[in-house]
Design a protein around this ligand. Structure first.
Ligand code: NI
Length: 179
C-alpha cells in the first residue's frame, strides 16, 4: 500500500468528530488499514488514527514493540480498533509524557485514566473488548481522542509541561523529527 502524508495540528480534519464505520471487511477498509500501518511504521508511531491521514472514520491502530520514540514503554499488542467505546474503571488518573505524529518534535505531560475497558470491532466486524492499564490504556485514550477531534496538547493541565523533544528528552532527539 502506501505511506500517506500525516496531517499536522491546524488541519481541520484533526478537529472533527469521525464517522463510525458501517461496513466491515471491505476492500476500502483493508486498504485504509494498510495505509495507516505503513504510515505509522514509517514515522515510528505507537499508533495512528484515520483522521491523521485525512480520513474522518472511527478507525485506529496501535502497537508498541521496541519503539525508538518510546523506549521505556511496555509492549502493547498490535490492535485494529474500530468504532471504539471507552469506559474508565475507577477514578485514578495518571500523568505521562506523550507525543503525536500530528504534533511532530514535541512532548507533553497528559493526565489519563489509569485503567479502562474498551470495546469495539476489528476489521472483519468481530466485536471484542479488553481491560487495560499502563501505557496500553494511555495509547488507547490518545488514539480515540483523535476520533473526537482532540489532540493531546488540549489535555495538558499546565503548559509548562509542553515542549520540544530535543529539549525535554535530548536522548530522543532525532527520533521525532522524521515525520
Ligand atoms: Ni496522536
Amino acid at each position: 500500500m502506501a505511506v500517506r502524508p500525516i496531517m499536522k495540528m491546524g488541519e481541520p480534519v484533526l478537529f472533527q468528530k469521525a464517522r463510525p464505520v458501517e461496513r466491515f471487511d471491505t476492500p476500502e477498509l483493508h486498504a485504509l488499514l494498510a495505509d495507516m500501518k505503513d504510515s505509522m511504521i514509517a514515522a515510528n508511531g505507537a499508533g495512528i488514527a484515520a483522521p491523521q491521514i485525512g480520513v474522518s472514520l472511527q478507525v485506529v491502530i496501535f502497537e508498541v514493540r521496541n519503539n525508538p520514540r518510546y523506549p521505556q514503554a511496555e509492549p502493547v499488542p498490535e490492535t485494529v480498533l474500530i468504532n471504539p467505546v471507552l469506559e474508565p474503571l475507577g477514578d485514578e488518573m495518571e500523568e505521562g509524557w506523550e507525543g503525536c505524529l500530528s504534533v511532530p518534535g514535541m512532548r507533553g505531560l497528559v493526565p489519563r485514566h489509569a485503567k479502562l475497558r474498551y470495546r469495539g470491532f476489528d476489521q472483519y466486524g468481530k466485536r471484542f473488548e479488553r481491560v487495560v492499564d499502563g501505557f496500553h490504556a494511555r495509547v488507547v485514550q490518545h488514539e480515540c481522542d483523535h476520533l473526537m477531534g482532540v489532540l493531546y496538547p488540549m489535555r495538558i493541565r499546565d503548559l509548562h509541561d509542553f515542549g520540544y523533544t530535543e529539549v525535554l528528552f535530548p536522548e530522543l532527539a532525532g527520533k521525532d523529527e522524521d515525520d
